[in-house]
Ligand binder design. Structure first.
Ligand code: PLP
Length: 405
């Protein structure tokens, strides 16, 4: 008798679904397609020479080299956690290294927090739209999603309050240059979010993946930093996720969770049980590269991405027909497009890939309630300035045609 896989695979794992959009977008990697679909950094901006140096320095040093190839503690290298604690302190978030766990990217942080805090039916509040990867991590625990509407300043507080009043006690939020919309919260809204969470004793999971990619305007304090103003960091409301993926290189797979000590202690046990620790050598390399490169490399990234964003925004203004609107992000990698209501962006993608040779991600996938049929995420991170302008012009022509049909 053959194995009955349907019965063998547990319900948590079955909750994960393959994405039809991902399959569709596989073709977007062909060179003839101008792709605004990727969610990845521009590889041309990876600091290759510095990596060459720091790997050489490390493996050329007998003691440090051998140590970096050994197992290490589950919390993460103390030196790296200290670097992160110092960096957080510079933003106003005072944390000890015992408040930090190094994870295999922020994505593992999301998975671990899902396993720590979610269970079937437990409610979690999400922005509409929200980061798809977070929803994938959360879905494994089969929670119940409560989507809340966003305006230009952040989440609509009445909706957040209502979600907590009905019993939700966890919210996953991205206050800076959100994936997928590129939008950020105003200072007042950050304060209101914290006040609302405190009113109900709720936890905020703050995703700070893009916070360093700020291109203009004043940098606003994170929810974590604002939470600190109210005393003991171990009693805080906010758990923050960070990563080097957007600032050094995603292949390092170095992220972190900052949380009250009792939470970190529990997560460390999970990390031990799961994969022992993040690669020692990668942690060592990330520490050496960040110490050497920051803040000047951040300025290089900010300059390069700002220029690409500007090209995309001016092309949108030049070519898009009336009835199409878009976000004007002050950082990050994404512009969010809202199309006329009669245009389904999934259908548009098929024609865009075939006729216009342009790819983007239809927005519906980012909504926990499957709304947003006429929305799309455009990344300006990886294409050249010329191709960004060309791609937006082609897409605009197609939208014009569709809108007139
Ligand atoms: C908002 C957000 N959070 C987390 C991640 C995961 O990043 P990583 O696991 O590479 O650190 C991403 C990746 O694109 C992201 O966009």
């Amino acid at each position: 008798m053959s194995v009955q896989w349907n019965e063998m695979i547990v319900a948590d794992a079955r909750a994960l679904r393959a994405s039809e959009i991902r399959d569709l977008l596989k073709v977007a990697e062909r060179p003839e397609i101008i792709s605004f679909a990727g969610g990845v950094p521009d590889p041309k901006l990876f600091p290759l020479a510095t990596f060459n140096d720091v790997y050489g320095d490390l493996t050329g040093d007998e003691q440090a080299g051998r140590r970096s190839l050994q197992y290490s503690i589950s919390e993460g290298l103390p030196g790296l956690r200290q670097w992160i604690a110092d960096d957080l302190a510079a933003t106003g978030a005072v944390r000890d290294i015992d408040n930090i766990l190094i994870t295999c990217g922020a994505q593992q942080g999301l998975d671990m927090l899902a396993r720590l805090l979610l269970e079937p039916g437990r409610e979690i509040v999400l922005e509409k739209p929200s980061y798809l990867g977070a929803m994938q991590a959360f879905s494994m625990r089969r929670p119940s999603y409560v989507g809340i509407a966003m305006d230009d300043d952040g989440p609509v507080i009445a909706e957040l309050d209502a979600a907590f009043a009905k019993g939700a006690r966890i919210a996953y939020l991205s206050p800076d240059f959100q994936n997928p919309t590129g939008r950020s919260y105003s200072l007042d809204r950050r304060l209101a979010v914290l006040e609302t969470a405190r009113k109900y004793g709720a936890v905020i999971l703050e995703d700070a993946a893009y916070c360093k990619l700020a291109y203009e305007g004043e940098s606003l304090p994170s929810l974590l930093a604002l939470d600190d103003a109210h005393g003991d960091p171990d009693a805080g409301t906010v758990i923050q996720l960070g990563t080097f993926s957007k600032t050094l290189a995603p292949a390092l797979r170095i992220g972190w969770i900052t949380a009250p000590r009792p939470v970190i202690r529990q997560l460390v046990l999970m990390k031990q049980a799961g994969d022992l620790h993040v690669s020692t050598i990668n942690q060592e390399i990330a520490l050496r590269a960040a110490s050497k490169l920051f803040p000047s490399h951040l300025e290089t990234l900010q300059g390069a991405y700002r220029a690409k964003r500007d090209v995309m925004l001016s092309a949108l203004a030049d070519f898009m027909p009336e009835g199409v609107s878009w976000s004007r992000p002050q950082g990050g990698m994404f512009v969010w497009l809202t199309l006329p209501e009669n245009i389904n962006s999934r259908e548009l993608l098929i024609d865009a890939m075939e006729d216009a040779k342009v790819a983007f991600v239809p927005g519906q996938a980012f909504f926990c309630d499957q709304s947003g049929i006429n929305t799309a995420r455009l990344s300006f991170a990886t294409e050249s300035n010329e191709r960004i302008r060309d791609g937006i012009e082609r897409l605009a022509l197609l939208i014009r045609r569709k809108d007139n049909q």
